[in-house]
Write a protein that binds this ligand. Structure first.
Ligand code: C5P
Length: 396
């Protein structure tokens, strides 16, 4: 429920993507938002107000002269009650009107009269999107502080392929959640490792650690929501990269080490969440080992570099944060790890509390001692960790 209590006016304008706005209403509602829909005349050619009324649980506004508002000022009242206005899909016509301050029709007038942020998700044919007029209008809106969400590239309803597709409803919700997050890491470059590493024995077998990657991915998402530019160096996991995060896939600890060291100096903050294998296989076979090749194959192990400790040892390197997963003696082991790696902050958890699950119990350890966080979903803990990092780095 990342939009709990947020009041959102969803403006729907005329375009084939209007049918996706129905799903958007449902998803915003699922995140706890109260959604009030306002439609243009053109939007009603694609979807009916009844659809939105049923999904939002509220009557839909379509007319500036709606008699339901006692003061006959729907355009003022709707925006005053809102935390933000989201227009999705935003047609070329709507963008032009909004950019020029037109006040014809409920939606344009409401946008002009608003005292809350405006987010627009453009949707139109690629030529309409690329036209100098639309590009001018979008640049003007961006300069006026309007958040432009997308558009995406791809196949269009008209059969053409290019930029102009509305972002998917899930992507719009993600952008709205990001929009409301306090920008405590604005402009910071954050490098994060996540997931396990896989140390090959042969092309199909290997040694790995149990790690779903969910905690590291949650940290990457929270850092991006906080305004950071995020690079995520990820071992093999089965989850998608958070939106707006640059993901680099690696397999073994040596790949992860190389990917991190190439970027560490340019980062402001490094967060090592990956469960890096302590050892790799020195005698990995280039071909698949066969059972009948003679006896049990010997596996020689060789120690992997400690990525976090190496980044922490860089002169003028980033602010470093580690993770410690322990089965007991959490404080003692986590603090010892923090000192040994010479890092200012480590997040500790007991293996039995968080493995493979969406929830976790974290304790942050820094120079001032232990800061236990209330057990919560990893997304919430990640946000609290990001806030703690922002505090320690003087960014918040
Ligand atoms: O050394 P240990 O694995 O117990 O410490 C855990 C922390 O160190 C995590 O932040 C992990 O990402 C990082 N680490 C690393 N490279 C290694 C081993 C651990 O970056 N080779």
């Amino acid at each position: 429920m990342e939009l709990q209590g947020k009041r959102i006016v969803l403006g729907v304008t005329g375009g084939i993507a209007a049918y996706k706005a129905a799903e958007l209403v449902r998803l915003l509602g699922k995140q706890g938002a109260e959604v009030q829909v306002a439609m243009t005349e053109a939007a009603m050619h694609f979807v009916t107000p009844t659809t939105f009324q049923a999904l939002s649980g509220r009557p839909v506004f379509t007319d500036q002269w709606d008699a339901r508002m006692p003061n006959a000022m729907a355009h003022i009242d709707l925006s005053r009650q809102a935390d933000c206005i989201v227009v999705a899909p935003a047609s070329a016509d709507f963008l032009a009107r909004a950019a020029h301050g037109f006040a014809d029709g409920l939606l344009a007038t409401m946008v002009l009269a608003r005292d809350c942020p405006l987010l627009v998700a453009p949707a139109m044919n690629r030529q309409m999107w690329e036209s100098p007029a639309t590009q001018r209008n979008v640049a003007q809106l961006a300069a006026d502080g309007v958040a432009i969400l997308g558009p995406a590239c791809g196949e269009q309803a008209c059969g053409e392929v290019g930029a102009g597709r509305m972002l998917e409803p899930e992507e719009i919700v993600e952008e709205v959640v990001a929009f409301f997050a306090p920008k405590v890491l604005a402009g910071r470059r954050v490098l994060i490792t996540a997931g396990p590493t896989f140390e090959a024995i042969d092309p199909v077998r290997g040694i790995t650690n149990l790690s779903s990657g969910r905690m590291g991915y949650a940290v990457a998402r929270a850092a991006r929501h906080a305004g950071a530019e995020v690079t995520l160096v990820s071992g093999p996991v089965g989850i998608p990269a958070p939106q707006g995060v640059d993901r680099i896939d690696v397999l073994g600890a040596l790949d992860m080490h190389a990917a991190v060291m190439a970027r560490a100096q340019a980062a402001d903050i490094f967060i090592g969440v990956a469960a890096v294998a302590d050892y790799r296989v020195a005698n990995a076979a280039g071909h698949k080992l066969k059972k009948d090749e003679g006896g049990i194959p010997p596996v020689e192990l060789i120690e992997n570099p400690d990525i976090l400790a190496e980044v922490a040892a860089l002169t003028d390197g980033p602010f470093c944060v580690g993770f410690a997963a322990e089965s007991h003696n959490l404080e003692e082991y986590a603090q010892a790890k923090r000192r040994r790696k010479n890092i200012p902050l480590i997040a500790g958890n007991l293996i039995q509390d968080g493995f493979g699950s969406d929830d976790n119990r974290l304790v942050l350890f820094d120079d001032t001692g232990a800061h236990p966080l209330t057990p919560a979903p990893k997304s919430v803990l990640a946000r609290q960790l990001v806030e703690h990092i922002a505090k320690l780095t003087g960014a918040a």
